[in-house]
Design a protein around this ligand. Sequence first.
Ligand SMILES: [Zn+2]
Length: 393
Amino acid sequence: MQEHVDVERLIDLARALIAVGTPNPPGNEAAVAAVLRGALAPWKPSWTEVEPAPGRLSLVARLPDGGDRGARPTLIVNGHTDVVPAVPERWSSDPFRPSVVDGRLYGRGSADMKGGLAAAICALATLKAAGHEPACDIVFQFVADEERGGALGTRVLLESGLIQGDACLVPEPTSLAVCVAERGLLQGEILIKGQPAHGSRPREGVSAVEIGAQIALALHAADFGGPDHPLLGQPTANVGTFQGGSAFNVVAEQARLGFDRRLLPGISLDEAVDGLRQRIDSLGLGAGQYDIVVHDYGEGSEMSADHPFATLVRQCVTGVTGRPTPTIGMSFTTDARFVRNQGGIPAVVCGPGDIAQAHGIDEWAAVSQLVEATAAYADLYRSFGAEPAQPST
Ligand SMILES: [Zn+2]
């Protein structure tokens, strides 16, 4: 399949997507719509637009348009069109003027995840060049706002009833490993109340800084117990910020800690907050000395590593690379959680580019891996829904 990839077209499309800068915030994903519409135009999909806030556009493209749609299984390809911001002065070249150097495509989004989007689109032409047709209906979801939690992207599609299908591919960067599980997150602040006193008599007051320090020690990198998850390991907690007090010579009346807890699948928001409270309360602090304010919560998610769809994706990737395809979990969240948890649809994250490059300075993706991804996706389009599933090599 790999020999049918039009590498020039693939890289041109990836470059065109990267060149339309969509750093989030502010996002402005609508700016990239014309490139996506142009790239899929030969396939004549039907388009649905969802724009919950100005410029925050998600696009849904259904192939084939009309007629026989629905008679075959539906494969969703869900990928985000926003990127994290870049600081151009820290890059070796302009992050939004992509370039290919020594077999690497450089630019913001090359790995996360405009390279993956380009591969997923070019897989259609690759399959056609190989003389095959997709065995499934394909629904591309080009979504906004993934980098800031997906509230204006995949979540809106979900609430609009637009996430329906039999399986979902998310071409986020995994170096083409098959990811079937991801940790969730709980981020927020702990606000600590003390009792001010003269700094020369620290025991006459209650120091919010002292309490904050105890809480930080109790939470940061602590072992919260429970068994290891086979793919995700242990949950974690990072205390990332700590502010408090007003002057050297005043016992601190207030302090605030910013925390980032990463959760295993199956832990609800209430359970996650309760877990923090139990840990803090075990310190024996006085009543009413702290509050937890939640800023963000995203639940973990997982599907069976042995699910037939995960097996099929592994087969398609291995058929192209000739190497065993590892099955992994991710320590962070992607939009796959909405599809798995609320959509009830098996979702595999598998894409070109190394997660170590994502969000980094001088982000790049190997051209060879973009090509491999394109060929593997083409084989997936050919195999998903075909009976029996026998990807070509
Ligand atoms: Zn991403």
